[in-house]
Ligand binder design. Sequence first.
Ligand SMILES: Nc1ncnc2c1ncn2[C@@H]1O[C@H](COP(=O)(O)OP(=O)(O)O)[C@@H](O)[C@H]1O
Ligand SMILES: [Mg+2]
Length: 234
Amino acid sequence: MLSVTDLDLFYGDARALDGVSLAVEEGSTTAIVGANGAGKTSLIRAIAGILRPAAGSIRFRGREIAGLPSHVVCDLGIGQVAEGRQIFPSLSVRENLEMGAVIPRARADAGRSLARVLSLFPRLEERLGQAAGTLSGGEQQMLAIGRCLMGRPELIMFDEPSLGLAPALVQELFRTIRTLAAEGMTIILVEQNVAASLKLAGRAYVLENGRIVLSGTGAALLDDPAVKQAYLGL
Ligand SMILES: Nc1ncnc2c1ncn2[C@@H]1O[C@H](COP(=O)(O)OP(=O)(O)O)[C@@H](O)[C@H]1O
Ligand SMILES: [Mg+2]
């Protein structure tokens, strides 16, 4: 569904991605693991069309998308739940959700999408008229995911979705991601909870200093001595 080949990305002279290649199969969950500063967010932002790579290719359903503007990428069916959630705090929950459906691919189905999001997150239904900034951290994360789903994505990229959530909410978040995966959603997952993300992932990649240094099935990486030592504290 998605293939990234030899991707290079720079901030000025500083290289953030160095020859990154990966493949994401339709309907699979792919984990990207790496320390702070490894380049995970840069990779997601390059795929989303927010950052322009210096070289390399990003193909989605056979079409080259590297360098396309983010609204075009979004309209092709690639959604992201960005690091830090990025909801609009002064707008209501309903308005935040509706903003997710402004792209052409999603507009006509906005009503159905809203019903689906509210059945996934009943707590949001009780708070539709409330300013999004008054939601708890966990509810804001639900809203960010809900807004992404309103765009009817076929591929969702999650960037550190559990960051700052209490343990019970982290469990709930992983349940939500598993539900989406079970419904056939294609998922790219970047997570501090490395063990949990590898358990979910059919395939996983380890990013270090902008390079993919290891890849394999989630189960194989969970069992890899280098991964255990560096990311699982074992
Ligand atoms: N806007 C930016 N300007 C300059 N350097 C950046 C910027 N964003 C990230 N970087 C640098 O790029 C590298 C990769 O960062 P990032 O993709 O955010 O990593 P991760 O998400 O894995 O923590 C880091 O060295 C980081 O300092
Ligand atoms: Mg990051």
